[in-house]
Design a protein around this ligand. Structure first.
Ligand code: ADP
Ligand code: ASP
Ligand code: MG
Length: 440
């Protein structure tokens, strides 16, 4: 019998009604042996995720504010779930312990991680599964990076001792015993780690949409689901804002060749999206697999006559960025121009910005040097683009026809994606124009 790992996101575990749906899904297939759970998410649009409430608690303690009232609301979220499920389960001791730990400054990550910890305890009880604390099986190194080999060894051994188990997502442990979380949305990574350690045949990622859609449903009305997508395509899309799966979640399973299936907890009969390592098949009618876009980029534009013949020019510019701990996203260049696209967040600090400008000035003596903010990037991704001629022309024509100015173009040599830079306020319109060009 194969093993399936099923990860349920916050929206799939927001209240008792959703817990019941999750239980029906898990129990429908005995191969679903290991379940990874997120913290309770939003029950309705204006609701607050428990993870955000916990971050808030941490901040309140740091700022010397009283958390009593705020913490009561967190307690209520869990107590409502337990009561509505009719469970005979008392977590008041756990809740009290956590409150004290937060009050005694146990750290931001500890506070945030308790959302998944408590939800997983409840889910394990409800399903009748064992509970494996991520703290004892997911490890980080001293420098904060994720320790894949140690985790895989310990977790594999632990999983072999359980027939059925729930493991909280999002966090693990540092060598000194303190809790550390992945970045936001990181339960997707835990799911992938568990799938690899379990040598699963499938990693199911259950969420609130019927798979990875061709575009962000918050921007494009009712976008088409993608049937099959490669790990590489998905990574391009998720990095550029398709937030359905954490951008780093593919690494552990890709390593082991385990496919990911994105499914909808609210519509379990929908097949969802299969994420696979490679497929040559693609929908010739569509050509592209999907589009995504993100705001918050800046361009460092450097001009200098005869730049192309000045050996080491590019390296000197990039050295300055490295010295200032800034990574670059794209590097489109011409004969006498070089543009470095960076995330605005990395050069937000005025002093740092000045330092970068004056160092570049000193190192390469450019004719002109400016930093402009307000750039949005969008990615058009598709394994079919290599074969289909004229895709780039269609993309640019569609954007121009919508009256949008293109500020930057970058096509990777793999021809898997085209990256386009537009003004931030044009992002939605540009995505809409491209979507309607390819999806008739
Ligand atoms: P979960 O709580 O299950 O982890 P997330 O909120 O992290 O769910 O991810 C699902 C959400 O991702 C969807 O509700 C949708 O709003 C958003 N999303 C953005 N881009 C896409 C896309 N291309 N396809 C599907 N969902 C997307
Ligand atoms: N609960 C965490 C967050 O809100 C992790 C996750 O949902 O994957 O970011
Ligand atoms: Mg998520």
């Amino acid at each position: 019998m194969g093993i399936k790992v099923a990860k349920f996101g916050g929206s799939s575990l927001a209240d008792a009604e959703h817990f019941r749906r999750v239980a029906a899904i898990v129990k429908a297939d005995p191969e679903r042996r290991f379940v990874v759970a997120s913290a309770p998410g939003k029950r309705f649009k204006e609701d607050v995720k428990v993870t955000d409430m916990l971050y808030r608690c941490f901040e309140m303690v740091r700022d010397g504010k009283d958390i009593t009232e705020h913490y009561e609301k967190i307690k209520e979220r869990y107590n409502d779930i337990i009561r509505d499920l009719g469970l005979d389960f008392d977590i008041s001791g756990e809740l009290e312990y956590i409150r004290n730990a937060i009050l005694h400054r146990s750290g931001q990550d500890f506070a945030a991680s308790r959302g998944e910890y408590l939800n997983s305890l409840i889910l394990a009880k409800f399903l009748g599964f064992d509970f494996i604390d991520a703290e004892s099986v997911v490890f980080f190194r001293e420098n904060g990076s994720y320790d894949d080999e140690k985790t895989n060894d310990v977790l594999r051994a632990e999983l072999s001792r359980h027939q059925y188990a729930v493991i909280p997502g999002f966090y693990g442990v540092m060598p000194n015993g303190t809790i550390k979380t992945f970045s936001r949305g990181g339960s997707d990574i835990t799911g992938s780690i568990v799938a690899r350690a379990a040598e699963a045949e499938l990693y199911e990622n259950w969420t609130d949409v019927s798979g990875c859609l061709m575009a962000d449903p918050r921007i494009i009305d009712d976008p088409r689901p993608i049937k099959t997508i490669t790990y590489r395509e998905l990574r391009e899309l998720s990095y550029m804002g398709a937030s359905v799966l954490h951008e780093d979640a593919i690494f552990p399973v890709r390593y082991a060749g385990i496919p990911i299936n994105i499914r909808n907890t609210n519509d379990p009969s929908a097949p969802g999206t299969m994420i696979v390592s490679g497929t040559s098949e693609y929908d010739a009618n569509l050509v592209i697999t999907g589009i995504a876009g993100k705001r918050g980029f800046s361009v460092i534009s450097i001009e200098k006559d005869m730049m192309n013949s000045e050996i080491g020019f590019g390296r000197r510019v990039l050295d300055v960025l490295e010295d200032n701990d800034i990574s670059f996203e794209h590097l489109p260049s011409g004969v006498d121009t070089m543009s470095v696209i960076v995330s605005t967040a990395t050069i937000k600090d005025e002093m740092k910005r000045e330092r970068v400008l004056s160092s570049i000035n000193k190192r390469v003596r450019p004719d002109s040097l400016v930093i402009e903010d307000g750039l949005a990037l969008l990615a058009v991704v598709g394994r079919g683009m290599v074969k289909a001629k004229g895709t780039a022309a269609r993309v640019f024509t569609a954007i121009s026809a919508a009256g949008i100015n293109i500020r930057m173009i970058d096509q990777g040599s793999s021809e898997l994606n085209i990256i386009i830079g537009v003004e931030e306020h044009d992002l939605e319109k540009a995505l809409g124009a491209i979507y309607s060009e390819f999806v008739k």
